[in-house]
Ligand binder design. Sequence first.
Ligand SMILES: Nc1nc2c(ncn2[C@@H]2O[C@H](COP(=O)(O)OP(=O)(O)O)[C@@H](O)[C@H]2O)c(=O)[nH]1
Ligand SMILES: [Mg+2]
Length: 467
Amino acid sequence: MDKEIFTDSTDVICAIATAPGVGGIAVARVSGNEAFAVCSRIWHGKDIGQMPSHTAHFGTIRSNNDEIIDEVVLTVFHGPNSFTGENTVEIAMHGSRWIQRKIIDLLIENGARMALPGEFTRRAFKNGKMDLSEAEAVADLIASSSRAAHRVALSQMRGHYSKKINELRDKMIELASLLELELDFSEEDVEFASRQKLLDLAKENASVLRKLASGFKTGKAIKDGIPVAIIGHTNVGKSSLMNALMGDDRAIVSDIHGTTRDIVEDTAEIGDYLIRFKDTAGLRETDDPIENMGIDRSRNAASNATVVLYVYDSSTPTSIDEITSELEGIEPQSIIFVENKCDLPTANENLKNIINNTFLGSVHIEVSARREQNLEELKKLIGRQIEKINADINEDSVMVTNARHAQAMIAAADNLDTVAEGITTLLPPDLIAQDLREAIYNLSSITGAITTPQILQSIFSSFCIGK
Ligand SMILES: Nc1nc2c(ncn2[C@@H]2O[C@H](COP(=O)(O)OP(=O)(O)O)[C@@H](O)[C@H]2O)c(=O)[nH]1
Ligand SMILES: [Mg+2]
């Protein structure tokens, strides 16, 4: 399916743009140079051709034998001042399934065709209304399920991200053109492009790009859920805590040690973030091979988590040595110690102080999963820990949330390393220019200044119809 499937981009396309199913109102989108003519054939009301852009009008949609299908509100947008850049009509109808289907059928009978997935956004890209990373951000914005994910997608859609990429690229283009100029004067042995400046730029851009790409882990976590692992001994109440935080009986709770053997995962929205909680098998010495596999997974989950909830049982004596060995290799700043079962008499009088002195930067909280005590405070603590770790996320920060972009950045950084090496080893300008051009090419693929039909196909086909 490498073939370009968006064959004729001058067709009038139509689709329901609201969520599938029954709703109070549904909206059909119609786009294309002849969109007004197509809609006029089924619309009874003011002359669409005479409507000023960005105005809404009441009227009816009628079938070919003049039967009224629905009373609707029709909004017109004159190209290029529309989402797609083309003449566009949006028909807000009553949300019955039958009306939705009937109006789409009528539009098709009268000269429109069904839009392909992502075709509206693809036309917007083609008509220069947005670049590729902005178009991808439209999909992310629609899918965003937390405030933080929304913030990152909105910033990308509004072009902050592209601006940063283009700044990096423009500097490289400038130097590349100076290098190419030298090629025209090759007999005269002149240097238009200062080698020192070029070297500095290559090194600086490579490091900026690597740093951006390394933020992909955080960016992806914000989009798909920030991993928070719940670990600790068996029977301390990890699964109870997971259930209490989710408000759902997600994991099996019992007083039998070693009940949870695999990772139980679920997401919940806490504050601004979507959190992906992972309840794990309890840590203990055991001969059971299956349980041991589960314990390995627990350790793995802990080392890949943004925040680790280390749960211990207030009513059972626990030693700091055990805790220290179980948390080996985990950053203290990412740990929240959760003293559970605080409804029972404590057997760990001094442990909290010892923990605080051993794990500098960690935080501690007492809860009862069973009685649901202090859980709101725990949620706030989780939010605050994440906020601290992601301190640099704000409206204007540039965050990579897309694997395609991270790959392109790393490829461009590798090209720049080769450029730097070429300069230090006094390579002729045509060879340096070639590597520089490749770096520019890789960066350009992010915003779509340079693309192949295959890239476009894979991006837009993941959209829904109507977007
Ligand atoms: N008293 C009391 N018991 C609890 C609390 N949380 C969990 N438990 C009990 O501790 C036992 C182990 O709980 P579970 O969640 O399965 O622990 P896990 O092995 O760490 O996942 C169960 O009998 C729970 O009912 C609590 O806050 N207070
Ligand atoms: Mg459990």
